[in-house]
Ligand binder design. Sequence first.
Ligand code: NDP
Length: 392
Amino acid sequence: MKQKGYPTVTVLGSTGSVGEQALDVARQTGAAVRALCANRNVRRVEEQAREFRTQACAMADERAAADLRVRLADTGVRVYAGTEGICEMLAASGGGDGVVLNAIIGEAGLRPTLAALEAGARLALANKESLVCAGEAVMALAAEKGIEILPVDSEHCAIFQCLRAGARGEIRRILLTASGGPFYGYTAEQLKEITVERALAHPTWRMGAKITVDSATLMNKGFEVIEAVHLFGVRPEQIEVLVHRESIMHSAVEYTDNSIIAQLSVPDMRLCVQYALTHPARAGAVIPQLDLTALGRLSFARPDTATFPLLRVALEAIAAGGAVPAVLNAANEVAVAAFLDRRLSFCGISELVEEAVSRLRASAAGVRSVPGILECDAQARELAEELLAKRA
Ligand code: NDP
């Protein structure tokens, strides 16, 4: 039955880990789903479109879109093709009272983020790469349109909630928690032996393959620092990364009076999706209750950036500014895909990313426009592929 207070939702990346959990929230709460998009997984999008009786769907892959059109021929569902088609679908839906949840993976989410904002829609953002690549442009467009971006990443959703306890000028620092990934405590020597299977076994979160590898290298935490800088208007030095193995405290804000406000729950992305949909209100739970006595204790430690260099590289990228974070992201996308394809070792990911960033830093640092950023992204991918080929 439809619960009160839920907007109509468009789910981008609906076949992925976050997308499926978003649809589960819609299933549990009766929230209406207006439109969906994915890349190639037509079979699953067809099932979702039928279950939620959506008005429209888009497939980034043109052949998949043609296939979906045939599969949904007996319905009134309009099918769009390509990234252009995703943006067209968002423009056609308009802003209204709906929420667009962007759970596309990677830089591919950037243009849909901009299109959703252009259309005037409230944007629930899981796709952190939009902010990593073009945070200034995304935040400027949101401000111009008077739209508050609703963070879905669990740490940023936590910070967003903690920020209700004080004014922006009262923030001393943000405590951004990190699980530390499956290889916390490993030495550089031990990391040489890491296989794809071991990298995909995250201790506390079930996520898509790319972000699971990013968590294991600490790249994900670097991206999250950049994401927080843009979302919350804080300086990078105001963010402290804390390793918290249990993934129960999802982040915290320390205020000028040294009071720390934290948000805790069981690790479940459905809470983050729900909060983005109901904000500023809260609704009936879609996740289990947290039993603190069953946990007994929570632990905190500093990250090891000597063994896991990508957090440091991310901090250097945001300090360099311009399109350097976009270069970092693009090189990382190529490196992680190569690792998952067994063409690059686990340690090779950070080596390749660091080299690509150091080679393109000077040329990318002054680039601020979205077309310029997309050009730097393409250059970084090309360079990363070349570096990969040399290593083979
Ligand atoms: P998944 O890999 O599980 O899913 C990715 C989704 O994006 C799929 O629906 C995929 O479609 C779609 N997709 C891929 N390429 C394109 C494209 N070019 N155009 C449109 N859609 C595309 O990713 P996750 O759900 O793990 O992550 C999604 C985003 O959320 C990422 O930015 C990640 O960093 C962020 N995030 C994820 C968390 C998690 O728990 N998983 C937690 C916090 C943030 P198809 O199936 O057809 O390939």
